[in-house]
Design a protein around this ligand. Sequence first.
Ligand SMILES: Nc1nc2c(c(=O)[nH]1)N[C@H]1C(S)=C(S)[C@@H](COP(=O)(O)OP(=O)(O)OC[C@H]3O[C@@H](n4cnc5c(N)ncnc54)[C@H](O)[C@@H]3O)O[C@H]1N2
Ligand code: MOO
Ligand SMILES: [Mg+2]
Length: 415
Amino acid sequence: MRFRREPIKVKEAQARMAPHVQLGPTERVPLLDSVGRRLAEDIEATHPVPHFRRSGMDGFAVRSEDTKNATRDNPALLRVIEHIPCGAVPKREVQAGTCSRIMTGAAVPDGADAVIMLEMTDTVERDGVVYTAVKKEMQPGENTAQVASDLAEGTLLMERGRKVNAGEAALLATFGYNEVNVYRRPTAAIFATGSELLPVNEPLQPGKIRNSNSYMLAAQVQSAGGVPRILEMVPDDVELAMEKIVGAFDKVDVVITTGGVSVGDYDILVDIFQKWDGELLFNKVAMRPGSPTSVGIRNGQFLFGLSGNPGACFVGFELFVRPVLWGMQGKKQRYLPERQARLVGDYTKPSGFQRFVRGTCFTEGGQLFAQPVGVDKSGIVSSIKDANCLIVVPPGGKGLSDGEIVTVVLLDVAE
Ligand SMILES: Nc1nc2c(c(=O)[nH]1)N[C@H]1C(S)=C(S)[C@@H](COP(=O)(O)OP(=O)(O)OC[C@H]3O[C@@H](n4cnc5c(N)ncnc54)[C@H](O)[C@@H]3O)O[C@H]1N2
Ligand code: MOO
Ligand SMILES: [Mg+2]
C-alpha cells in the first residue's frame, strides 16, 4: 500500500522544509576566488575612504581665497612650490601666493583647499618669475575628496550571506582582504530516473529520449551557487536505486532526483520514500506543474524528488531546492523575490491548484508587465529558456484576464 498523498500549499511545503536548512561550513579563499561566492562574515570599513584628502583632477592645489575674483582676463598669479605625484606625501604647505602641481589621486597638501584643473590655468612669466595663472575663482573643497567622504571608518559595508560581485570585490580589495571567508559551495547529486532516458551522447532510439533534466538541474544548481554532480541514471529496480540514491548522501550535501514520483508502475521514488530510513516531509503540493514533487530529510540532508516532466522539474527546483542551497550559503532572502505585474493577454487555463506559468517580465512606462511564454505544458521543454519569471495563477476561478494585476516570481536574480 503506497502512502496517501495529501496536497499541501507551496508556502506550507516551504515552511516544513525551512527548519531543516542548516548553514553550511565556511572556508577561506583567495580574493579572486571569492567572486560569485557568499560572504561568511560581516565586512566593516576598517579605515576611512579616502584616508587622506585626495585630488580629483590633474592641476594645481591652491588656497581658494587666493583665487578670489580670478577670471580669464584677470588671473590670479601663483608660484609653484612643489610637484606632488600620486602616492607621494606633500612636504610643503601651500601659503598665500603659492600653489603645488598635483595629480589626480594625489594627497592635497596642507594649506590648500581646492584643486584647479590644468586646463583652467596658463603658465606666464612676469619679471623673470614663472607663475601659474589661475583663470577661475575656486570654491573651498572644489575638486578634492575629503577624508571619509566615500566611507567612514566603522561603516557596515556588507552583511554575511551577500554574494561577491564586482562592487563587493572592489570593497574587499580596498580593505585589504587578500583572503575572504565564504560559505562552501553546497554539492548536489543529480539522479535521473526512467528507462526511456538516453545519455546525451547517444543517438535517438524509438520510444526513448535524451536525459535533458540532469543538465537543466546542473545549470540551476550552479546558478544557486552549488556544485552539481550528475550521477549515472538510476535503474528501475527499487532496491538498487535506493542503494545508489541513499549512498550518495555520504558524498554530497543534497540529493536531487528527477522523475518517478507520480503514480506510474515504475515511479520508484515513491517506493524509496516509503522504504528509506529518512523522513518524508511532503509528497504532493497543490501546484501545477510539479504536483507530485516530494521532499524528505535524512540525518539533516535533503532528498528532493522532483517531477520528470521538464517544466515541473524546473519549477520544483526554483521553489524548493534553490531556497535550501541559498540558505546553506547564508543568503538572507532565501526565496525568489515576488513582484506585482500587469498580465499581458488572457490566461484561460484555470486549475484547482495554484499555477506557476512560465513568463517574461518587462517594464514599460514604469509598469511591470508579465506575459506567458506560450506553450506552457509541464512536458514542454522548449519554452523554459524564454522564462524570466513565473506568473502565479491563483487556484480555482476562470483564469486571468488581460490587464489584471498578478503576482510574479522573478527568476533572474543577480543577488
Ligand atoms: N495517472 C496519473 N498520471 C500522472 C499524474 C497523476 O496524477 N496521475 N501526474 C502527472 C503529473 S502532474 C506529472 S508532473 C507527471 C510526473 O511524472 P514523474 O515525476 O513520475 O516522471 P516520469 O513519469 O518519470 O516522467 C514524466 C515525463 O517526463 C519525462 N522525463 C523524465 N525524466 C526526464 C529527464 N531526465 N529528461 C527529460 N525528460 C524526462 C518522461 O520521459 C515523461 O515524459 O506524471 C503525470 N502523470
Ligand atoms: O506536475 Mo504536473 O507537471 O503538475 O502537470
Ligand atoms: Mg511517472
